[in-house]
Every structure is written in structure tokens, then in C-alpha cells.
Design a protein around this ligand. Structure first.
Ligand code: ADP
Ligand code: ZN
Length: 433
């Protein structure tokens, strides 16, 4: 099911021609900001030399720090009276960055979300409960507009107040959720333990999960708990927010809308472009943004461009599940570990519940990792022998994957801080005295 069949199935050559045309427009527009005027002049970028999409490599990168340095209006390319909204990033890795939108920007963003929703087989027959935080964060209003555009009945529930969320789901027969995977896991606990409701008895058919890294095993676990399809949704405020890349019904990697973004993957160390299929840092360029175009933005998110066509017929390439941010990399005793690797392993284990934390501390001169894992309430028993065997199973599986053997601490369901938005997974206490 396509929202905009022509745009979604453009031939690769037409898509590339369109990208070059829109890139030139974007460059011209970007010159209206003091930041890009200086950057492009210093780099000696000539618009006439752009003949191929790969010529974009002549343009220097833009970083999150650049956005912070030019805060608040330094990258604005239209007079303030032409803008109608601003959004900010969540500030996961420092000061939030701010993005401005014209009416045209909001329309384009909304169109992309309408495409995403149709790509998952949902439409005006659905009741959509948006459990992402409303406000400056893009997860709330962003998807809200897209869902209204396709004619869904939208419940702007925002995040938190779990009992009320459950009441809404039941009263209104919600069919589609938008939510972080960590909050969705938490809700399943509240449903079964406190409300005594089997999540499968709700009317849910789909959930759009995103805003934070999560593993394929977590998706599978959520699908088994709720009996719905969970679709991975990727976006970042600098590129609008949700709607940048989304899974279609084939649930195999996320289509990235290449008529609105140029996609590159680079080696984060050298900045050199990597071929399709190789994992590196995602770099994105807006092709439609009026108020605040951003060129070659280093997202710090790690992924790869997937090879091959998707059976759904969309010609826009796909990116793989995000492994995490370059900043998420933990170096533990000289070994590189991504929190997503830990999650991937533990969520496979049936006795594991819905929450976990990674704690790092120094033991003498050595780094030490402790993984706190909530047990599944159905499997929970006080039997020491049983608990020891689970602990051993988890530690062993982790050692196989991450090459270090953490201490595994098992805790009762509901012990760890639940997440209502982006979960905090890592507590690094090594730097403290
Ligand atoms: P912040 O960078 O402060 O968290 P945003 O709210 O704009 O600000 O969040 C965007 C970031 O969230 C992305 O750069 C990425 O790291 C993460 N993210 C968003 N969607 C996903 C997803 N589906 N999988 C993994 N990470 C995601
Ligand atoms: Zn597809």
C-alpha cells in the first residue's frame, strides 16, 4: 500500500536526477545562513561542479557541535516571520539542538510520515495512540500530523501515566501505538502484573517503535508479548524527527526517503565514505528543508546501507537497525562493547523480564561490568539453584558475544527504574573518585 506511489517507486536514475536538482537548490538556500556561507566559501564548493550525487563529498560535514555553536538562529535561512515552529532534540548527549520549520517544512515532514504509516499497512481505519512525549521533542507532534493526514483517529496521549494509557487503549480500541521500545516493555509488565490483562487481548495490531536503540530480539519479544507487528522507526530532530527511515510490512530494514535526504555512510575515524553494506556512521543531507537546510550532518548513529531491493517495490534504499551512537561505545578493559550487543543477548533468554541496566566500575585498576537483569515474573521463583543456573546462562551467553564476563545480578520484576521515554541503560561509575 503506497501513500505516494510515484515518489516511492521512482526509478533509481530519476531519483538521483531529482537528488542533484534538489541538492543544488538546497546549497543555494543554505548560503542565506552565515554559517553555511562561510563553510562553503572556505571549502571552495562550486555548484557547477556538482554533476553526480557523489560530488556531495566536496562539502564539509556539519556536526552537532556546529548546531550548538550557531544556537539559536545562526543556521536559519529564511526570515523569522516565515517560520512557524521550532523543535529541539532530547539532549541525550548534551545541550539540545534547535530546528526551525516553515509551513512547507511541516507539510513535507507530514507527507513522509503518511508514507511511513501506509508502508506498514495502516490507514484511516486505525485508532492511533501516540505515546511519545509531546512538546519540543519531535516524537509527539511529528507523528501526530502524519497520522491525522492519513485520517487515523489520533489519541495525543503523550508518554507516562501508564494506567491511563491502558484505559485509553481499552476504551477506544487503539490499534496502533507510537512508543519507545523500553516503555512498551514496561507497559507489558503493568498490564499483566497490575491490571491482570493479557496484552494480546487488546485490539492492537501494530506499534511504531523508535527514538532509542533496540535489538531484533527485543522486537521479537514485544511481538510475542502483544501479538502485533512492531515496526522500527528512525529519525532525529536535526532531520525533522520520526519519518526519516521506517520499516515496511516486510520488516526487513528501514526505507530511507531518498527524495528528501541524501544518505551516506562514512568511517567515523577517517570521514571517508564507505560502500553499501559496510557499517559506519550515517551522514544525512536535507533536500527539502526551507527554514534550516543541513548539509552532510554527522548523525553519530551506526548503521549500514542495505544491498538489494525490497519486495514491497519501494525503490528508496534501506538502512539497517541502528547499532547505537558512536558515543555509546563502551571500552571495558580494552574491549569494545555496545549496549545493544548486551541487549541482543539477554532479551533472547526466556527467563529474562523487561528491564536491564549496565553498570561499570573500577575494581582496583581494572574495569568491571555488572549487568542487572529483571527476571520474568512468570519464571520467577526463589529457588537458589534455579537462580544460579540463570545467572550462569546469562553470563556465559554474554561472554560469547562481548568477550568479557560480567557479573550478572538478577533482580525481581519491577525493581529497576522503568522508562517512559528514552531509557537510560548505562551507569558508568569509573570516572568518579
Ligand atoms: P537526541 O540526539 O538528543 O537524543 P533526538 O530526540 O533528535 O535527540 O533523537 C534522535 C536520536 O535517537 C537518533 O540520532 C538516534 O541516536 C536515536 N534513535 C532514534 N530512532 C532510533 C531507532 N529506531 N533506533 C535506534 N536509535 C534511534
Ligand atoms: Zn519495503
Amino acid at each position: 500500500m503506497y501513500w505516494d506511489k510515484k515518489a516511492e517507486t521512482l526509478s533509481r536514475s530519476s531519483l538521483e536526477k531529482l537528488q542533484i536538482k534538489k541538492l543544488k537548490q538546497t546549497l543555494k538556500r543554505s548560503l542565506r545562513s552565515t554559517f553555511y556561507r562561510k563553510l562553503l566559501k572556505e571549502a571552495g564548493v562550486s555548484f557547477d561542479s556538482i554533476k553526480d550525487v557523489s560530488d556531495i563529498r566536496e562539502i564539509p560535514f556539519t556536526t552537532k557541535q556546529d548546531l550548538r555553536n550557531t544556537y539559536p538562529y545562526g543556521m536559519l535561512c529564511v526570515p523569522k516571520e516565515k517560520t512557524i515552529r521550532l523543535h529541539a532534540s532530547s539532549g541525550t548527549t548534551g545541550t539540545s539542538t534547535v530546528i526551525f520549520h516553515t509551513p512547507g517544512d511541516i507539510d513535507n515532514w507530514t507527507e513522509l510520515l503518511a508514507r511511513c504509516i501506509f508502508a506498514t499497512g495502516c490507514d484511516s481505519h486505525d485508532v492511533f495512540q501516540n505515546m511519545m512525549t509531546y512538546g519540543m521533542f519531535t516524537g509527539g507532534l511529528g507523528l501526530h500530523y502524519g497520522a491525522e493526514k492519513v485520517g487515523m483517529l489520533v489519541i495525543p496521549a503523550s508518554s507516562g501515566n501508564t494506567k491511563r494509557q491502558i484505559k485509553f487503549m481499552r476504551d477506544f480500541g487503539t490499534t496502533v501505538l507510537h512508543i519507545t521500545p523500553s516503555y512498551l516493555l514496561h507497559i507489558s509488565d503493568v498490564l499483566s502484573k497490575e491490571e491482570k490483562i493479557d496484552p494480546r487481548e487488546l485490539n492492537l495490531k501494530a506499534a511504531y517503535i523508535g527514538a532509542e536503540p533496540h535489538s531484533e530480539t527485543t522486537r521479537k519479544k514485544l511481538e510475542a508479548i502483544y501479538g502485533f507487528h512492531a515496526y522500527n522507526s528512525y529519525g532525529l530532530s536535526e532531520m525533522n524527527g520520526p519519518g526519516v527511515a521506517f520499516e515496511c510490512t516486510f520488516q526487513k530494514d528501514m526505507h530511507i526517503w531518498e527524495d528528501h535526504y541524501i544518505v551516506e555512510v562514512i568511517d567515523p575515524e577517517t570521514g571517508k565514505n564507505l560502500p553499501d553494506g559496510q557499517e559506519g556512521e550515517l551522514v544525512l543531507t536535507t533536500l527539502s528543508r526551507e527554514a534550516m537546510p543541513i548539509l552532510r550532518y554527522r548523525t553519530r548513529d551506526l548503521t549500514r546501507i542495505c544491498k538489494g531491493n525490497c519486495p514491497c517495490g519501494r525503490t528508496h534504499r534501506r538502512i539497517a537497525r541502528i547499532k547505537g551512537r558512536t558515543d555509546d561505545l563502551l571500552i571495558v578493559g580494552g574491549v569494545n562493547v555496545f549496549p545493544s550487543q548486551v541487549e541482543h543477548i539477554i532479551m533472547k533468554i526466556a527467563e529474562v523480564g523487561t528491564n536491564y541496566e549496565i553498570h561499570l566500575q573500577k575494581k582496583g585498576a581494572l574495569d568491571h561490568m555488572t549487568v542487572k537483569v529483571e527476571l520474568n515474573s512468570k519464571m520467577f521463583s526463589g529457588d537458589i539453584g534455579f537462580l544460579n543456573s540463570i545467572r550462569e546462562k546469562i553470563a556465559h551467553a554474554l561472554k560469547d558475544e562481548i568477550l568479557i564476563r560480567p557479573t550478572v545480578e538478577l533482580v525481581a520484576p519491577g525493581t529497576l527504574e522503568p522508562s517512559m521515554g528514552k531509557a537510560r541503560r548505562v551507569y558508568d561509575n569509573r570516572k568518579k573518585l
